[in-house]
Design a protein around this ligand. Structure first.
Ligand SMILES: *Cc1c(COP(=O)(O)O)cnc(C)c1O
Length: 417
């Protein structure tokens, strides 16, 4: 059953827009990243088992099973599960022994960059490719200095980085190579699963991700020593019952999270199918709207299609921000991922006030990108309505723009009452 979230469309005059005072198109908000939910009974069974065993955390059997399943799926020897992706990033940064500077994309969720800063590694922002939205290998080479210790790639929207090129650059300069694969669990690169590249890759199983464990994350790697270090750091630096051998933190995944993660992982074929179907529905609905381009995915690779992202360019009748206001009024909570870019968020904005000058493509993209709701809670009928709203909004732009200019300045849109 995929169509669990078919959303009620309220009756109204076809010509109206909520921003002009009409009833919103949807009674309930449509969220980007509404969680995918696996089989409830299986989840409850697993939770029951946890309570029966009275083993709630500390490397319990479900965490170990989850780690094994994830490692097998990705095709690596080690998976170290954590309580979230951010701590997995922090641990990976420390386990890789990073220092000085690390090269990173500004077009990512801020946690990628915070993990470096948290460990006192200076993030050096590097521009992204206009089409790929990922680190541009030529620009990476330009920002390498004597202080550079690593390249941290992000497979944005589930589209893998230029992994071969980045690997060659890292090898040539003796740099560590890590990937934030939070968006790309279940995606492949040249036929091999994402998660198996670089020294290690980091996954997130946050509620909004393709596969979730409520909150959760993991470090995946083929490097035995790296995995061992990460495992100890995850648990306060304990090597054994009462032997602490390094600095550590508490980043352990709970059994309840693993129960959800296992159940979610088992349902992945349904999630792949729902996202594929949703993507195709958006593709059909948004076809030939001037200035609104849906990003594509490489059809020859496995992809979770967990992000439906459009670029709204200068030729569109409404700007990205205007379109977002119109959609929010209709209860379509489209998101400006990742506005305004990490380089324009604190503390980086103050530390590196000029960074934007070297990042023309990222600066361009943060003004154009808009993520639309998808996932197993969306369905093609709802998507057809969303797409039609976008088409009509663009067609009736002058009328909408007048209203927007009268009522909104730069304020972020709020949810319809
Ligand atoms: C979700 C996400 C993270 C953080 O993961 P959490 O599990 O939420 O801590 C890091 N990087 C990217 C690109 C993400 O999308």
């Amino acid at each position: 059953m995929i169509e669990e979230g078919a959303c009620e469309k309220l009756p109204r005059d076809e010509e109206d827009f909520a921003i002009l005072g009409a009833t919103p198109a949807f009674a309930e908000p449509l969220h980007v990243g509404r969680p995918n939910i696996g089989d409830r009974e299986r989840l409850m069974e697993r939770i029951g088992g946890i309570l029966d065993r009275r083993r709630l955390t500390n490397d319990g059997p479900l965490v170990r099973e989850f780690e094994q399943r994830v490692a097998d799926f990705v095709g690596v020897r080690h998976c170290v599960a954590t309580c979230n992706g951010t701590l997995a990033l922090q641990i990976a940064t420390r386990a890789a022994g990073l220092s000085g500077e690390a090269i990173v994309s500004p077009l990512t969720f801020v946690a990628t960059v915070h993990a470096l800063q948290w460990h006192a590694v200076t993030p050096v922002f590097c521009d992204v490719g206009r089409q790929t939205h990922n680190l541009d290998p030529a620009s990476v080479e330009e920002v390498i200095t004597a202080r550079t210790s690593a390249i941290v790639g992000v497979h944005l929207w589930g589209r893998p980085c230029a992994i071969d090129e980045l690997t060659a650059i890292a090898d040539r300069h003796g740099l560590a190579l890590l990937f934030d694969a939070s968006h790309a669990f279940g995606c492949s690169y040249r036929g091999r699963m994402v998660g198996s590249f670089g020294q290690a890759e980091v996954l997130s199983f946050h509620a909004t991700k393709f596969i979730n464990s409520f909150e959760g994350g993991a470090i995946v790697t083929d490097d035995d020593a790296f995995a061992e270090k990460a495992r100890m750091m995850r648990n306060h630096g304990f090597e054994d019952y009462d032997k602490v051998v390094c600095v550590g933190t508490n980043a352990k995944m709970t059994e309840a999270a693993a129960a959800m993660g296992l159940t979610s992982l088992e349902a992945r074929d349904r999630f792949y199918a729902a996202n594929r179907r949703n993507y195709d529905a958006y593709r059909a609905g948004l076809d030939a709207i001037a200035g609104v381009d849906l990003i594509d995915y490489d059809e020859s690779e496995l992809c979770n299609r967990n992000y439906v992202v459009v670029e709204v360019d200068e030729s569109a009748a409404l700007s990205r921000d205007e379109l977002q206001h119109v959609l929010w009024a209709e209860n379509v909570l489209a998101r400006r991922y990742f506005f305004p870019g990490c380089h324009r968020s604190e503390p980086y904005r103050s530390l590196l006030p000029e960074a934007g000058l070297r990042l023309p493509e990222a600066e361009r993209l943060v003004r154009r990108l808009l993520a639309l709701p998808t996932g197993a809670a969306m369905d093609p009928t709802t998507i057809a309505v969303v797409a039609e709203l976008i088409r009509r909004a663009m067609a009736e732009a002058p009328r909408l723009r007048r209203r927007l200019q009268a009522t909104h300045t730069d304020a972020h849109p709020s949810v319809a009452a």
